[in-house]
Design a protein around this ligand. Structure first.
Ligand SMILES: NC(=O)c1ccc[n+]([C@@H]2O[C@H](COP(=O)([O-])OP(=O)(O)OC[C@H]3O[C@@H](n4cnc5c(N)ncnc54)[C@H](OP(=O)(O)O)[C@@H]3O)[C@@H](O)[C@H]2O)c1
Length: 299
């Protein structure tokens, strides 16, 4: 399988590189190591800016991929509120540039999308068929991208995910651990509910979806759900730290972008491909264990 990956330097992209290269035993039941490594072209924004249509077309023509994985995006959710043009240029027009090039080369495309395409007013898991109604510029740019890509490439695979954490960049557990190391108490919002997702599990599931020739909209997150407060409490508990975690409301901690209060994504579309994701607590344990072993190698 020949794969071209946009966003290879990002949180998810780095795990996709490991997964596609078939690196070491991943300690992950989703990885199919019997499937062998892919021929990978891994790109950061310096190699190809999504906004540069000619460059995007050239790298795709040169690499002639069976699959393109589009994990590149402008992901600063609050930054998008004050940089609307940039958000749409990268997340929507940039994605459309990739889809046009994919159509020209006959490549399949997986586009990473987000739970923020929903408004969060439901009280039960969002189905792939539920209407989009984003409440932030970031969510709008992704929702519009989904519509554009489905027009350009009807067999596109759109993988919506949520609350990513992993190695190699900023993420919620790393931030909580840093804060908890120096403070006796931290305040975390308890009125936003979603599914934390380990980039390692997501990368493995995405590669399986490519191998299964998946198309259409899919929801790909770790199983189970929690609030950010419950997530933080579990991070602190599992790490054996004494810091107290205090629940607060979103209203007490206003941010530029409005987040959905409830954005749990139904796993039904994934189950249809026989993929069962580990629960988020299990994923968190593996993340913390691998963070410790990486630290002890360095130390
Ligand atoms: N993080 C989450 O919680 C979350 C939740 C739901 C969905 N998602 C989606 O999942 C995907 C991966 O997210 P992530 O957290 O791994 O992202 P990330 O860590 O912020 O990485 C973003 C990647 O996109 C690249 N990039 C940014 N602007 C670009 C441009 N103009 N042209 C080309 N490449 C560009 C970056 O390259 P450089 O390093 O060169 O800048 C980097 O490789 C994204 O599509 C995101 O929207 C993320």
């Amino acid at each position: 399988m020949r794969v071209t990956l946009f966003g290879a330097s990002g949180l998810l992209g780095q795990e996709l590189v490991h997964e596609l290269r078939g690196d070491e035993l991943r300690g992950n039941e989703l990885s199919g190591d019997e499937l062998g490594a892919a021929q990978l072209t891994a790109l950061s924004s310096k190699d190809a800016d999504l906004r540069d249509r000619a460059r995007v077309r050239d790298v795709i023509r040169d690499s002639r991929p069976d699959w393109i994985l589009l994990a590149a995006a402008y992901t600063d959710v609050d930054g998008c509120e004050s940089n609307r043009d940039l958000a749409f240029a990268v997340n929507c027009e940039g994605a459309a540039n990739v889809a046009q090039a994919a159509r020209e080369t006959g490549s399949r495309l997986v586009f990473l999308s987000t739970d923020y395409v929903f408004d969060g007013t439901k009280a039960s898991p969002y189905q792939t068929t539920d209407p989009r109604n984003p409440t932030s510029v970031y969510g709008e740019s992704k929702a519009r991208a989904e519509e554009r890509l489905l027009e350009i490439l009807p067999d596109v695979c759109i993988a919506r995910t949520s609350w990513l954490f992993g190695h190699g960049g900023k993420c919620f557990p790393a931030t909580i651990l840093k804060l908890a190391a120096t403070r006796p108490e931290i305040s975390v919002v308890n009125d936003q509910r979603g599914s934390p997702t380990f980039t390692r599990d997501l990368a493995a599931a995405l590669v399986r979806l490519c191998r299964a020739s998946a198309r259409g909209i899919l929801h790909v997150t770790n199983s189970g759900n929690c609030t950010w407060f419950e997530f933080a409490t579990e991070i602190v508990r599992a790490s054996g730290i004494q810091t107290k975690v205090k629940p607060v409301t979103t209203a007490e901690f206003p941010r530029p972008a409005r987040r959905p209060a409830y954005s749990v994504l139904s796993p039904d579309s994934l189950h249809a491909h026989n993929i069962q994701m580990p629960d988020w607590q299990d994923a968190l344990r593996r993340y913390l264990a691998s963070a410790h072993s990486a630290a002890s190698v360095v130390g």
